[in-house]
Design a binder for this molecule. Structure first.
Ligand SMILES: Nc1ncnc2c1ncn2[C@@H]1O[C@H](COP(=O)(O)OP(=O)(O)OP(=O)(O)O)[C@@H](O)[C@H]1O
Ligand SMILES: [Mg+2]
Length: 456
């Protein structure tokens, strides 16, 4: 479906050979705020579909020439995913079954009851917009996992990924914050023979210490206060796939000991459970700490280090590959403009030159946030060097207390977003309504705060 269907009133194509029925449907549907397009037969309807993309098709079964069921079959054959509601005055169970099998959303008997009709249309459109949202999300996941950069350090990184992916060796990804370690982990999974299996990420730094073992290995009912149900851990969920232990340098020594046992035996034990469960999981870890130093300081086990770092990969900081900054900046800019056309802007050469000179201690994530800010704050369609200068001034003048206020506000905002999504059953459109914002903005914030629907 084209994006134009989201704008203005939803369009409904009514295919019926009786002018009287078309006219009365048009009356009812226009009153409900829909835009109605009419066609007297299937051939005319096909012509309409070449020209525009209605949001829904109301289709009579008995038509002169090609009948409704054949027309539906042809649409589905072409991969048209517009929802279709069939209507018939002589509905036989046989045709109803056929139409449903072909993917008709609903089958209504004539004479049509306006209430039943509008309810069915409402539901069909709602279901379609949910589906569309899922597709959007998936494409976004794919497009955000694209890695940009053809500088020499990046080319070396690609070669390392290509080498590591097909093997089963445990990979340790090292690099400063925001350099793209998670992207590298995903790329390794996507290019491995486990790409059809799950990719499960655990952020070891974000999970409270007393919960991490249950998170990783699961628990049996009654294992501890609050464990009112049995729960599978992330290792079990990653079976036949890949697990990413992010920020592994933040894992407690106690958990490290348990992890070591899992790696030696390829078996896990749920907390409070006796039976070992064998698992087939490829492990990737990531850290922005210097693990060798952590070993010296007694914070990280050296035996674990050798087990997790069979294939070490370093992700270069952005300041060591300034050549990639223009392409990255344009890619990020495109990403934001795709979300919201109103945000489509151009980066002028002067602006790019300035971006390239900056140091980016927060690496690609910092560049991403800067571009997002520029896109939202710049009123002109062209982003010039002067806008970047403003950005720099702001970064310098943001005193520690101002920063902590911002952090506090952001964490409050993130909590609100998660709450709204949870009460909307992770329906983004609904949550956006509850938060009084639009979907594109909510998606942007979700990505910024790393808010994702929990898996499983
Ligand atoms: N080469 C790249 N091309 C495009 N986008 C990138 C690239 N590297 C990083 N990014 C983007 O930058 C952001 C940060 O990347 P990522 O989360 O992978 O970093 P990280 O190294 O895991 O950071 P942290 O240590 O803070 O967890 C993400 O939005 C990611 O999509
Ligand atoms: Mg990360």
């Amino acid at each position: 479906m084209s994006a134009s269907s989201n704008r203005g009133a939803p369009g409904i194509l009514v295919v019926d050979d009786e002018a009287g029925i078309r006219a009365s449907l048009k009356g009812v549907l226009s009153d409900e705020g829909y835009r109605v397009i009419e066609a007297a037969d299937a051939e005319t309807a096909l012509g309409v579909l070449d020209e525009e993309s209605p949001d829904l098709i109301l289709l009579d079964v008995l038509l002169p020439g090609m009948d409704g069921v054949a027309f539906l079959a042809q649409l589905k054959g072409k991969g048209v995913d517009t929802p279709v509601i069939m209507m018939s005055g002589h509905a036989t169970i046989d045709t109803a079954v056929k139409a449903t099998r072909l993917g008709a959303y609903d089958f209504l008997e004539k004479p049509l009851e306006p209430q039943r009709l509008t309810l069915s249309i409402h539901n069909a459109l709602e279901a379609q917009s949910l589906r569309q949202e899922n597709v959007d999300l998936q494409t976004r996941v794919k497009s955000t996992s694209v890695m940009i950069g053809d500088s020499e350090p990046m080319r070396m990184l690609y070669r390392q990924i290509a080498k590591a992916a097909p093997s089963t060796g445990r990979v340790l990804i090292m690099g400063e914050s925001g350099t793209g370690k998670e992207l590298v982990a995903r790329a390794i999974h996507d290019n491995s023979n486990r790409s059809d299996g799950p990719f499960i990420k655990v952020n070891c730094a974000a999970i409270p210490r007393d919960l991490i073992e249950s998170e990783l290995f699961g628990h049996e009912k009654g294992a501890f206060t609050g464990a009112d149900r049995q729960r599978r851990g992330r290792f079990e969920l990653a079976h036949m796939g890949t697990i990413l232990l992010d920020e592994i340098g933040d894992m407690s020594l106690e958990t490290q000991a348990k992890l070591l046992r899992v790696l030696e035996e390829n078996e896990i034990e749920r907390v409070g459970g006796g039976q070992p469960i064998s698992i087939d999981v490829r492990m990737i870890s990531a850290t922005n700490k210097d693990l060798k130093k952590e070993i010296e300081d007694g914070n990280f086990r050296d035996d674990l280090y050798y087990r997790v770092s069979v294939i070490p990969i370093s992700v270069p900081p952005l300041r060591k590959r300034r050549k990639d900054i223009p392409a990255l900046a344009r890619h990020l800019l495109d990403m934001y403009s795709q979300e919201d056309e109103a945000l489509a802007k151009t980066l002028m050469p002067g602006a790019i030159a300035r971006l390239q000179q900056m140091d980016w201690p927060g690496n690609v994530r910092q560049l991403r946030n800067a571009i997002e800010r520029l896109v939202i704050m710049t009123e002109d369609a062209e982003i010039g060097a002067e806008h970047i200068a403003e950005l720099q001034d702001e970064a310098i003048s943001s005193a520690p207390c101002a920063k902590s206020l911002r952090t506090a506000v952001e964490s409050y905002e993130k909590d609100l977003i998660v709450q709204a999504l949870e009460s909307a059953g992770w329906n983004v459109a609904e949550a956006a309504r509850a938060l009084n914002t639009d979907r594109a903005n909510l998606h942007r914030k979700m990505r910024r705060y790393g808010v994702e629907k929990p898996k499983g």
